[in-house]
Write a protein that binds this ligand. Structure first.
Ligand code: 3HC
Length: 295
């Protein structure tokens, strides 16, 4: 069995770019693919900016930054991923889009290539079944911001071989992460617990338990969480939170996973959090203030 040397990351959005960065930093030849040059430039630019900032702050040697960038390349062509040993899919949380992509990659990839998905809530089993390599398919779920968060959930389906799981687990360790083993249940461990909490904070606000700022302050200072639930929602992206909630509700049919009406309206209105400049907070000024949508 050949070892992992070249990693392909599909998607250079918030998660894909972080994953590509940590793979390159760990010394893997890494190629990241986006659908068009604009999105690719944005993603690669964000990686460069983050590494430059770390160098300016004295947290990273300039040579280490250069070595990381030297291991990283971008492409808009899936064909450039044809000789990867591991592929990590990190595109939009849409099962049909993922299955289409995986079908193309499956046809062009060598037999030994391990496929993985960074999905946070979709069924890894269904993705594996869309390929001819369900035994070499595993979930690798990273957390935002990927370069900082230590956890990776390594998700095993009923079809994942022991060898694939072990190699994915070791791969996560080689990135300096702490892997945990999860079964293929929607939301795995973290989102299964975190998403109902975030949705309940929104429901609590709708029911008048406190203001956006007071709920955030209460949870931050009362529990030691680094961010309150609304700051975290804006950070994760309210579009992403909405998609995850819909998927988990569909899977479990339990009210605690159902997206509250306010979240749906914010999603529909384009209030997606930091990425669009407005969510529960408005980020256009020097300091975030509660956004007009929830005043
Ligand atoms: N990318 C890379 N590095 C970042 C970063 C980013 N986006 N944001 C912050 N950092 C780094 C900073 O450079 C800094 O590094 P340093 O200590 O070496 O200088 C360090 O993180 C701390 O940053 P700050 O001092 O600016 O700010 P904080 O101390 O407030 O930390 C935080 C920021 C790490 C984001 C912290 O607030 C936190 O842990 N928040 C919770 C994040 C969380 O819960 N993530 C999981 C979300 S759920 C998820 O991802 C699952 C998905 O499926 C939805």
């Amino acid at each position: 069995m050949s070892s992992i040397q070249k990693v392909g990351v599909v998607g250079c959005g918030l998660m894909g770019r972080g994953i590509a960065q940590v793979c390159a930093a760990a010394g893997y030849d890494t190629v990241v693919r986006e659908v068009n040059q604009d999105l690719l430039d944005t993603g690669l630019g964000a990686i460069r900016k983050q590494l430059d900032r770390a160098v300016e702050k004295g947290k990273l040697e300039a040579e280490v930054r250069d070595a990381t960038l030297g291991k990283l390349s971008g492409t808009v062509s899936l064909e450039d991923l044809a000789d990867c040993d591991l592929i990590i899919e990190a595109i939009v949380e849409n099962i049909e889009a993922k299955k289409d992509l995986l079908g193309v990659l499956d046809r062009q990839s060598p037999e030994h290539t391990i496929f993985s998905s960074n999905t946070s809530s979709l069924t890894v089993t269904e993705m594996g079944a869309a390929t001819d390599r369900p035994d070499r398919f595993v979930g690798l779920h990273f957390f935002n911001p990927v370069p900082v968060m230590k956890l990776v959930e390594v998700v095993r389906t009923g079809s994942t071989s022991q060898d694939t799981f072990d190699r994915a687990f070791e791969f996560a360790k080689s990135l300096g992460k702490v892997p945990v083993a999860c079964r293929d249940n929607s939301g795995f461990i973290v989102n299964r617990l975190l998403v109902p909490y975030m949705l309940d904070a929104i429901r609590g606000f709708e029911e008048g338990i406190g203001s956006i700022e007071d709920i955030d302050t209460a949870m931050k200072l009362g529990t030691g969480y680094p961010m309150g639930p609304f700051v975290l929602g804006d950070f994760v992206g309210l579009d992403t939170l909405y998609y995850i909630a819909e998927i988990m509700f569909d899977e479990y049919r339990e009210k605690r996973f159902a997206p509250p009406p306010l979240l749906k309206r914010m999603y529909l209105a384009g209030y997606h959090g930091r990425k669009t400049g407005k969510g529960f907070y408005d980020y256009s000024g020097d300091e975030p203030v509660v956004s007009d949508f929830v005043l």
